[in-house]
Design a protein around this ligand. Structure first.
Ligand SMILES: [Zn+2]
Length: 295
């Protein structure tokens, strides 16, 4: 028989009072969700146990490693906040999100989600939207932005050829991805390949594509491989509507909310991430820059 159980992951009290207040105020369902079957609940409890055990024995992270972790977790959390359980045609778009980080200013420049359906525009991938939103604006605080050098894009799914090309063209330094895409991935690696003995363009050669070295990517890669085996479908966006994928996103959000920042250098970044997560207006994140706004 189907069971509907409300689970409070008990975040309040574990974070500082201003964040706690914002958590209560926002009334988000990030840490409260419905478990439909006992089987899934057991899986989720096992996942949490794994996270805690892994953290217990982990060595102190370097500043960069911890920063990458915070921003990867933020990208998953932003998607979870507006999770699409199914794609109806009137939904926002796929469960994919990205974060743009300015290394020189130690600043989160923006957060975006895929809005291909709401905007009726197949180019509206989260990464493209991040870059478009920043260009010609003053997002980096230095007048009009022409290039995105000294930035990192954190994205929940490995970038496609369109986003990879745009990143290389705009001189983005590096991108970390939170799940490999066997069907559409490895585009930055392809851009770097020489052609008939001639080296690839320097902008492509300078762009680093990095599989995120965190548990969530490994879990999502494994679950997607099992999904392909089970269903015979390699449709990654369909996989990203499943409960099993959602659990990994939940565990990421839970990790971010309960994170104990070890490096002082990352404290302000963590505060920025919390502000982005709880005080960014979803209507702005989901707005269409071009194309048709349906809602
Ligand atoms: Zn893309």
């Amino acid at each position: 028989m189907e069971q509907n159980t409300q689970i409070d992951l008990g975040v309040t009290g574990l974070v500082d009072s201003s964040v706690e207040k914002s958590l209560r105020f926002s009334g988000l369902s990030i840490y409260i969700f419905r478990i439909k079957e006992r089987r899934n609940m057991r899986k989720f409890v096992a996942l949490l146990a794994l996270i805690f055990t892994t953290n217990l024995f982990a060595a102190a992270p370097t500043v960069e490693y911890e920063r990458d972790n915070i921003l990867m977790l933020l990208s998953y959390s932003m998607v979870l906040k507006d999770w699409q359980s199914e794609y109806t045609g009137k939904d926002r778009g796929y469960n994919i999100g990205a974060v743009l980080y300015d290394e020189a200013a130690n600043k989160i420049v923006g957060v975006q989600r895929n809005t291909t359906r709401a905007c009726d525009d197949k180019t509206q991938h989260a990464e493209v939207r991040l870059m478009q939103d920043c260009l010609n604006g003053e997002c980096r605080g230095d007048g009009k932005t022409r290039y995105l050098d000294k930035t990192t894009i954190y994205t929940t799914l490995e970038p496609c050829m369109m986003c990879s090309g745009m990143m290389a063209f705009l001189k983005v330094d590096r991108t970390l991805y939170g799940q490999a895409d066997p069907g559409f991935g490895k585009n930055i690696e392809r851009l770097k390949l020489p052609y008939k003995g001639e080296e690839a363009n320097s902008r492509a050669r300078n762009l680093k594509s990095i599989p995120a070295p965190f548990a969530e990517r490994k879990q999502l890669d494994k679950l997607f491989a099992e999904y392909i085996e089970r269903t015979g479908s390699d449709n990654v966006t369909a996989f990203l509507t499943t409960d099993e994928a959602k659990y990994v996103y939940y565990s990421a959000a839970f990790k971010l909310l309960t994170m104990d920042v070890v490096n002082k250098e990352n404290e302000s970044l963590y505060d920025q991430a919390m502000t982005m997560l709880f005080f960014t207006d979803d209507r702005d994140v989901n707005a269409c820059f071009i194309g048709n706004l349906r809602h």
